[in-house]
Design a protein around this ligand. Structure first.
Ligand code: AMP
Length: 427
């Protein structure tokens, strides 16, 4: 079915043509009629499915002429997504007189404030900066007709749910709400229940498959040796650019610091970095200035970092879908990519979930020449050192800074490497 048959407005159809789209994607086919009909919608779909146009096109078609007050609010978990989605709205609206604006933190208030004063129809925002403007009276949510809550599972991960609920409460009860989340755990169901009325469910199958041009492997290692193995893998691997994933922002900073100390050129991408730092990190990684980028899932989500030759999961991802997302960052455009995952004993059930999700077993490898401690070596307890000889004992965070060795190199404590784990050799 062509876009023409979907009853979008003439000017929006011209925008679709200008974007070069010919046929709607499955989520567009299913969501556009629901949105045009005025119903609430709950969609399980990820970026990459054409989700943005699935809500942007019918919303723009319904808005009519410019009215200089925000009538559509799209909430996004990250600044990059807010900017990306606003750009899509602006492109599709190019043959209308509707005005769109992205509102997010990490940059000055001046430009956003002056654009708000000029009057906008569609606001794409991250929750924190939006609330700043609401509280100072620059943004009034009383005229919102359509509320889009996008990537709600990410908002939950980022701790945004309380502010998101506050924002929902400030929108009129008589509104249309569109809700997108790749996963819908109980906490999200509760928000959906609170925000939506008789929603139509649209589920677009999550991509579970791993691109066949990617060689992916698990590297079991004792917790205390994770960082050493990362360094050894970087030393022994012929790579152009490596994306290293950690679960936490704090972890990303720490790994980046330690990699810099090991003479790697490193960029860091996570939600606590300023917008300018994030732009610089991505641009530097793309241009080759940085050979390694350490990132969290949230920051890297939906962002195009093509050209990556290796992905290393320093921490096993929390959600099986993130495994597919993360390793899909390499091996693009027919290129062969490698994706390694460091696995410690506490990750056993996460790995089982990932293997079940992707429907295949991931081979286990062992790096030759690396002096492995036994896999089950207990994870060092967090140290709460008593004060000794007038020196302040600085407690260390659990899982932090234990990979240091008295002597350099990947070897070290010299515990035997013959654990009976049935490892295969390095490819
Ligand atoms: P999204 O899932 O919204 O992030 O979209 C993923 C990519 O697909 C973006 O680059 C869109 O421009 C593109 N896209 C979305 N819908 C279509 C379509 N109907 N035809 C071709 N490309 C599309």
């Amino acid at each position: 079915m062509p876009f023409k048959a979907l009853h979008l407005s003439e000017s929006v159809l011209r925008g679709v043509q200008a974007a070069g789209y010919t046929d709607p994607t499955p989520i567009q086919l299913r969501a556009i009629p629901v949105v045009l009909g005025g119903g609430d919608l709950i969609g399980s779909a990820q970026t990459g499915t054409g989700k943005t146009a699935a809500f942007a096109l019918p919303i723009l078609s319904k808005l009519g002429a410019h009215a200089a007050k925000p009538r559509v609010l799209v909430l996004e978990p990250t600044r990059e997504l807010a900017a990306q989605v606003e750009t899509a709205f602006r492109d599709f609206a190019r043959y209308t007189d509707l005005r769109t604006l992205a509102v997010f933190g990490g940059v000055g208030y001046g430009h956003q404030r002056s654009e708000l004063r000029r009057g906008v129809d569609v606001l794409c925002a991250t929750p924190g900066r939006l609330m700043d403007f609401v509280q100072e009276g620059m943004v009034n949510l009383r005229d919102i007709q359509i509320l889009v809550l996008d990537e709600v599972d990410r908002m939950l991960d980022m701790g945004f749910l309380p502010v998101v609920k506050d924002i929902i409460g400030r929108c009129p009860r008589e509104r249309q709400t569109l809700f997108f989340s790749a996963t819908v755990p109980p906490e999200i169901q509760q928000v959906a229940h609170f925000a939506l009325r008789n929603p139509t469910r649209v589920e677009i199958g999550v991509n579970r498959s791993v691109n066949h041009s990617i060689n992916h492997a698990l590297y079991p290692v004792a917790f205390a040796q994770k960082f050493d193995l990362l360094v050894a893998l970087l030393e022994k691997t012929d790579f152009d650019s490596v994306l290293v994933f950690t679960r936490t922002k704090h972890g990303a900073d720490k790994i980046a610091r330690k990699l810099k100390a090991a003479n790697h050129s490193v960029a860091v991408l996570h939600a606590n970095r300023s917008q300018n730092q994030r732009i610089e990190a991505l641009a530097g990684f793309k241009s080759g200035k940085y050979e390694v980028m350490v990132a969290t899932d949230i920051a890297a989500r939906g962002i195009d970092v093509a050209g990556v030759t290796h992905v290393i999961n320093y921490d096993v991802p929390e959600n099986p879908e993130d495994y597919v997302h993360r390793i899909g960052r390499t091996g693009r455009a027919q290129a062969v990519g490698d994706a390694f995952t460091l696995v410690t004993p506490e990750n056993a059930s996460d790995i089982r979930d990932i293997q079940r999700f992707i429907g295949q077993k991931i081979p286990e490898l062992r790096l030759e020449g690396f002096d492995y401690l036994p896999f089950n070596t207990p994870r060092p307890a967090p140290q709460h050192q008593p004060q000794r000889g007038g020196q302040r004992g600085r407690p260390r965070a659990p899982g932090g800074g234990h990979g240091h060795r008295a002597h350099g190199g990947a070897g070290g404590h010299g515990a035997g490497s013959g654990e009976s784990r049935g490892f295969r050799g390095r490819r």
